[in-house]
Design a protein around this ligand. Structure first.
Ligand code: IPE
Ligand code: IPE
Ligand code: MG
Length: 244
């Protein structure tokens, strides 16, 4: 069965529902984040073993600072531990890990762990794993365009970045956090919500969407398989017509 499935080259996931999953068990929301984080570690390997080359997960949005101090502190603690474990996983799986988003808002030690993780994995190519942390698509675009304006002022924009006076998509994309990473083929959002919550607005222009009620801590291999099966039944057209 597995070999018959066309596996997406790039899967993006909005890891949602940790809090509700925990509350339903009479546990604090933070417990849901701990179990969700363990699940991410496991699923990352499952996804790699399926032959997916790129995985991009939404771990913390620019809007998530609005949560209670307790919850945000719990998440920072979890990131601290997770980033360290991720260094080992990166070596073991020959996986390049990049953080998308603005890390400057995180405590110094977390920023250091991010730097170490990105640097030590930069030559791996068995899988490309992107973690969106303090990420918001609008923030990404604004940060990118601010850099572009500064490059323009310094005369550093490439001439081939414009065609007939209009900026090319390639030039715009080169200023995004995802520069060099192909667009996602499949977006999965767990736990019932059907919105993007400021995730990859530019990059998801032609992505297939899959929504499931299953909360992230319960999203295991068989749920992923359902998503990929459904993806295989989609008829992707990119604005063209179906080839008979
Ligand atoms: C997703 O789970 C994880 C993060 C946003 C960090 P939530 O914390 O959003 O869980 P729900 O949606 O409240 O259940
Ligand atoms: C989006 O989930 C962000 C992450 C999964 C990290 P949220 O749970 O924060 O999104 P909203 O608030 O329901 O839109
Ligand atoms: Mg949520």
């Amino acid at each position: 069965m597995e070999n018959e499935l066309r596996v997406p080259n790039h899967i993006a996931i909005i890891l949602d529902g940790n809090g509700r999953w925990a509350k339903r068990r009479g546990m604090p929301r933070g417990y849901g984040h701990i179990v969700g984080c363990d699940n991410l570690e496991k699923m990352c390997v499952v996804i790699k073993d399926m032959g997916v080359k790129y995985l991009t997960v939404y771990a913390f949005s620019t809007e998530n600072w609005k949560r209670s101090r307790d919850e945000v502190e719990g998440l920072m603690k979890l990131f601290r531990q997770y980033l360290k474990r991720c260094i080992k996983k990166a070596h073991k799986n020959q996986m390049r890990v990049r953080i998308i988003g603005d890390p400057s808002a995180f405590p110094q030690d977390i920023q250091e762990s991010i730097h170490i993780l990105e640097d030590c994995s930069k030559d791996y190519d068995q899988m490309f794993f992107q973690i969106a942390m303090n990420y918001g698509s609008r923030d990404e675009i604004l940060r990118g365009m601010t850099r572009m304006i500064s490059d323009a002022r310094d005369g550093r924009l490439p001439k081939d970045g414009f065609e007939d006076g209009k900026m090319t998509e390639a030039l715009f994309e080169s200023y995004l956090d995802t520069a060099g990473i192909p667009d996602p083929d499949l977006l999965i959002r767990t736990s019932g919500e059907q919105r993007l919550s400021n995730y990859l607005l530019w990059q998801l222009a032609y992505t297939e969407f899959y929504f499931t009620d299953v909360p992230w801590p319960d999203f295991h291999e068989e749920e992923l398989r359902k998503a990929i099966e459904q993806y295989n039944r989609r008829d992707r057209r990119y604005g063209g017509v179906k080839e008979e």
